[in-house]
Design a protein around this ligand. Structure first.
Ligand SMILES: [Zn+2]
Length: 437
């Protein structure tokens, strides 16, 4: 008998974006998957055993772009007049406090866990030490960064010059990079919010540390036009000229790409993600061309204010959009098949987490980040194709168990890593205060 920490016994297992194996055991030791093998004779003695009958285990979902600091903005964005960033988000973020960030991170972590998300990229916020403490406790695989911008006219509470902004990012890196499941990225809020000097300095500090640099890219037509007016070239071309574009650059949104920009993304092997629900009010991404050239974007929620943190809906919205805009005119019903959508979720997500090849699949040697779905639900059975039904009908509420880095964060929908009751009580109190009651 071999010893292991955790054994999942006799479950259906989705080992990657397209393969489902029935009757499979998964042995986990420490933070890694030790073995994936057909269920049969017992060869493992485990500290914890999870019976896999009527369950499907699959890689945990990865949110490639979210905003902790917008968690308390739920319900205040839908139908708001554009530009939401300047009218709603920016004033709200400038009013954040350490207490609000702690609550936001607690709620975001709970929401992600209950939706089956095991890894996420926080795109840059304030009071990130507070958030990092909560995320560290949660056990989720987090990539954190500070909101970095130096444009003139920002609210006084968040205004800072370039040197201050980079010093803050350096400090977050020193404090949290490599602690538990957390890593720290450098971030540019958006190119049009950052001076040339800040962009160069941030990129240099990220490169010195081998850290990923991320930015909101090509999200709005006005932003692209603004960069063309300021620099004479489009955003990705500008980054290339600045020497910033590399395989360690993650561009969120990345809509409105010119052919030259797509070629640069391919040349530098940069990473991308789309945020479908948020993007629907902005543009339709050229994902077919990106996939064709070998660039696999991940999916991001863009924070809870844009329809919550569930990625189930994001995938379905994206598929519907691709079908309506590209599939129907080309009479191609397989313009964005389920396998490709899960590939974007897992492979694009792993790239965003800087864990290509080690996350997003259930395979010996990979990080043990996985979730289980309850299959004995009317919504999911019977099915002629489980992969399709999972994509079409799966919901956050179907997620039963969540494991990240080998640690069980949720078991049978009971969150084990955070005090859900206390966090929800604080959220209720916040809602009352915000409503002036
Ligand atoms: Zn964003």
């Amino acid at each position: 008998m071999t010893q292991c920490d955790l054994l999942i016994r006799g479950s259906a297992v989705m080992t990657d974006f397209q393969t489902i194996r029935e009757g499979t055991d998964i042995a986990i030791e420490g933070d890694r998957i030790l073995e994936v093998r057909p269920h049969g004779e017992e060869t493992y003695q485990a500290g914890t055993v999870i019976e896999g009958k009527d369950r499907l285990f699959l890689p945990g979902f990865i949110d490639s772009h979210m905003h902790t600091g917008q968690q308390l903005l739920k319900g205040l964005v839908l139908d708001a007049k554009p530009v939401i960033w300047t009218r709603v988000m920016l004033p709200f973020e400038s009013s954040l406090t350490p207490e609000k960030m702690r609550l936001s991170a607690g709620l975001a972590a709970l929401e992600m866990i209950k939706c089956g998300t095991t890894g996420f990229v926080e795109s840059g916020g304030y009071f990130m030490d507070e958030a990092a403490a909560v995320y560290g406790e949660s056990g989720l695989r987090g990539r954190l960064s500070c909101s970095t911008m130096d444009e003139p006219g920002l609210p006084a509470s968040i205004a800072m010059d370039g040197a201050e902004a980079v010093a803050r990012a350096d400090e977050l890196y020193r404090n949290w990079h490599g602690k538990g499941n957390l890593k720290v990225y450098y971030s540019l809020r958006a190119l049009n919010s950052c001076s040339d000097e800040l962009i160069a300095m941030t990129a240099e500090h990220a490169a010195q540390r081998g850290a990923v640099l991320q930015a909101h890219m090509n999200e709005y037509q006005g932003e692209v036009d603004g960069m063309v007016a300021r620099t004479g070239v489009r955003p990705y071309v500008y980054l290339e000229r600045m020497g910033v574009l590399s395989e360690r650059f993650l561009g969120a949104h990345s809509l409105l790409l010119s052919e030259e920009e797509r070629e640069l993304i391919k040349l530098r092997d940069s990473r991308l993600c789309h945020c479908p629900f948020s993007n629907c009010g902005k543009a339709v991404p050229e994902t077919l061309e990106l996939l064709e050239q070998g660039t696999v974007p991940g999916f991001g929620s863009d924070g809870a204010a844009h329809g919550g943190l569930s990625l189930w809906g994001e995938m379905r919205i994206f598929r519907s959009l691709m079908n309506a805009v590209y599939g129907v005119p080309r009479r191609n019903s397989r313009i964005m098949p389920a396998e490709t959508l899960f590939r974007m979720m897992f492979e694009g997500g792993a790239l965003a987490l800087d864990e290509a090849g080690t996350c997003g699949r259930i395979k010996a040697g990979c990080l043990a980040d996985l979730i289980s779905i309850r299959l004995d639900e009317p919504r999911l059975m019977p099915t002629g194709n489980l992969l399709h039904t999972l994509f079409e009908c799966g919901e956050p509420g179907d997620v039963q168990d969540v494991i990240a880095g080998g640690r069980v964060l949720m078991r049978n929908r009971e969150v084990l890593c955070l005090d859900e009751e206390r966090i929800l009580a604080e959220a209720r109190a916040y809602q009352k205060r915000a409503a002036g009651q």
